[in-house]
Write a protein that binds this ligand. Structure first.
Ligand code: KMH
Ligand code: ZN
Length: 271
């Protein structure tokens, strides 16, 4: 098994301080928390940004500020979100890519997102893929539903993405694939065998499904974007606290933790 790659998803676009007062918002707070996650064993930071009012933004200058502050402290892989918040237009979603990050997300289809629709038509998907390819940015293929694997394979067939593919199974959003072990096994079985995958799961499923990924040889995403609780009814102090627990579990299970350069090798990120 490869060493375990841990992605820290600290912010997202939906969580607020009303949900968890420990949510980092400013570039400085984000960089501090990213560094804490790095110290615990994270090798990737999945980056969303907020404006001065704490609202989601795809402003490339704010992304650049976050990345600069993170890179001053450590060599984490900075993975930009191109999903942004539900309803963000394509132009804004790809705006931060002008900073040429090492990695960025590519959502592979539309999905109901609670009461709204997270829209990723073929036009949106292929345009993001073209932008990533042009800039040699490694895509992480976001899979919220099983049919999205087919869209990813179409992107591959049309030459818009390259093997080896890296997937992120985002399980348990209200409207997407339920977070169950059976569904995780089905997803793993549906992707090309030379692919790598990360598991993200919502709320209490984060601990269970990411632990399954540790056992099965996959990789994991942890943090407030997907889960704000440490245990039932108890808010987590930080995303780093969630990472610290998974590192402990992984070590007990004999799975070593990848540092950022090892993660770059595993994911075949061209530097
Ligand atoms: N906030 C979600 C609507 C991504 O980062 O690329 C989309 C999302 C996916 O979080
Ligand atoms: Zn995200």
């Amino acid at each position: 098994m490869d060493k375990l790659i841990i992605t820290a998803a600290l912010i997202g676009a939906e969580v607020t301080r009303a949900h968890n007062p420990n949510l980092p918002l400013s570039p400085f707070e984000i960089s501090q928390e990213a560094y804490e996650c790095f110290l615990q064993g994270a090798s990737i930071i999945h980056l969303h940004a907020r404006d001065k009012e704490g609202k989601p933004t795809q402003d490339h200058l704010i992304f650049a500020e976050c990345e600069k502050l993170i890179k001053e402290k450590c060599n984490l892989i900075v993975q930009y979100s191109t999903g942004g918040a539900v309803g963000t237009f394509l132009k804004e979603r790809i705006a931060p890519l002008r900073n040429n990050p090492e990695m960025a997300t590519l959502s592979c289809g539309s999905v109901n997102f609670q009461d709204e629709v997270f829209e990723n038509s073929w036009g949106i998907m292929s345009n993001i893929a073209i932008e990533l390819k042009k800039r040699k940015i490694k895509p992480e293929l976001e899979i919220f539903e099983i049919g999205m694997v087919n869209n990813a394979l179409r992107l591959l067939k049309e030459g818009l993405i390259e093997e080896p593919l890296h997937f992120n199974f985002v399980m348990g959003i209200p409207g997407g694939i339920p977070a169950s072990v059976k569904n995780l096994l089905f997803l793993i079985d549906s992707i090309p065998h030379n692919s790598t995958y990360t598991v993200s799961a919502m709320g209490r499923y984060q601990l269970y499904l990411t632990t399954m990924a540790v056992i099965l040889g996959g990789h994991v995403r942890l943090g407030f974007e997907d889960n704000i609780y440490y245990t039932k009814g108890v808010l987590a102090k930080s995303s780093a606290q969630l990472i610290e627990r998974t590192v402990r579990i992984a070590k007990e299970l004999g799975r070593e933790i990848a540092n950022p350069d090892e993660a770059r090798n595993i994911l075949k990120i061209k530097q």
